[in-house]
Design a protein around this ligand. Sequence first.
Ligand SMILES: [Zn+2]
Length: 80
Amino acid sequence: MTKREFSLEILQDHAFKRGGELVSKEYINSTLYLLWRCKLGHKWKASALDVIGKKNNQHQGSWCPKCVRASSTLLSLDDL
Ligand SMILES: [Zn+2]
């Protein structure tokens, strides 16, 4: 198991690339919850590991849970 380290800068950059931002101004460790905001203004809490993902198993990381739910609703409507 390789331990992956993050920094506040890495996380802010990651959030920016996804069109959102990291609301939390302090990074303590990769499993502690941070506050994030997506481009639609949703706020949610997730750890750095949740959002960035794990390098080892190609986990892509997660982003706004509300947007994920919205897009899966669209998909299910598409199926009808
Ligand atoms: Zn969202």
